[in-house]
Ligand binder design. Structure first.
Ligand SMILES: CC(C)(COP(=O)(O)OP(=O)(O)OC[C@H]1O[C@@H](n2cnc3c(N)ncnc32)[C@H](O)[C@@H]1OP(=O)(O)O)[C@@H](O)C(=O)NCCC(=O)NCCS
Length: 221
């Protein structure tokens, strides 16, 4: 990943991509589960294949969302202007034994795995990239130095994001296993993540209240 100071990098991201509004990434919690499910259910079959590596039927997707662990893992989200969840990134910490090659890259006990999806309506605006960057900085601040991501090698958009982040990519049988080595936490990486979370919380509250007000006043017409 670029060695640019994480705080400077985050401040730059506030400018937004191509003059659009900035993408703020928030850690999600139990109260977001219903919206996470709605986000995944709206992915069409080809996106589900790209996201999960197989064509999961609705029941399996519901099962996955039902089992999401908001305490030990971390699930990040991006809400659009009208308070729809348009991007979800799932960062799971797992024992390094799950990745036999990890012994070559890390002496930590745990490594991280990341999966991401962005709604079709919000693609190309930097949402996927920002979710990835937030996951990487969270790993770094959790003192985990190896971040894995698995996807199909045909997934050109994700391959582009992975390469841009400086991930090392191994391709085999149509699948790509990418990993990123992260530096240790620094005051700047901790501050960048804390600021982003604060901004995202304020943004979330404003959007949630606006949506509630529209529902309330809309229903009184
Ligand atoms: C992959 C995915 C998350 C990307 O989300 P996104 O918000 O559109 O991504 P971003 O806007 O941050 O970045 C897209 C980048 O890919 C580039 N890109 C888009 N289509 C591309 C293609 N066919 N080939 C190469 N690069 C491509 C864009 O130009 C952009 O690059 P830039 O930032 O250098 O300008 C989204 O397409 C998605 O949800 N796909 C289905 C699920 C999936 O594939 N998940 C990943 C597996 S875990």
């Amino acid at each position: 990943m670029t060695q640019e100071n994480p705080l400077r990098r985050w401040l730059k991201s506030l400018r937004g991509k191509n003059g659009r509004e900035p993408v703020l990434v928030k850690a999600l919690g139990e109260h977001d589960r219903r919206r996470v499910l709605r986000h995944f259910m709206a992915l069409d079959s080809s996106d589900r294949l790209l996201r999960f590596g197989s064509m999961l039927p609705d029941e399996r997707v519901a099962d996955y969302v039902g089992k999401l662990d908001f305490v030990n893992d971390i699930v990040f989200g991006v809400y659009n202007r009208v308070f729809q969840l348009v991007g979800v990134g799932h960062l799971a910490f797992t024992s390094k034994e799950a990745h036999p090659d990890a012994i070559h890259y890390t002496d930590k006990e745990k490594v991280a795995e990341f999966g991401v999806s962005v709604s079709k309506s919000a693609r190309g605006q930097g949402v996927g990239t920002r979710l990835f960057e937030r996951a990487a900085i969270h790993c770094r601040n959790s003192d985990v130095d190896t971040l894995y991501m698995q996807c199909l090698s045909s997934n050109r958009t994700m391959m582009h994001i992975a390469k841009k982040a400086g991930m090392e990519i191994h391709r085999e049988y149509g699948e790509a296993d990418a990993h990123l080595h992260l530096p240790p936490p620094s005051p700047s990486s901790v501050l960048a993540e804390a600021l982003e979370e604060q901004f995202a919380k304020i943004d979330y509250t404003v959007k949630a209240n606006a949506r509630a007000a529209i529902k309330l006043f809309g229903s009184k017409k």
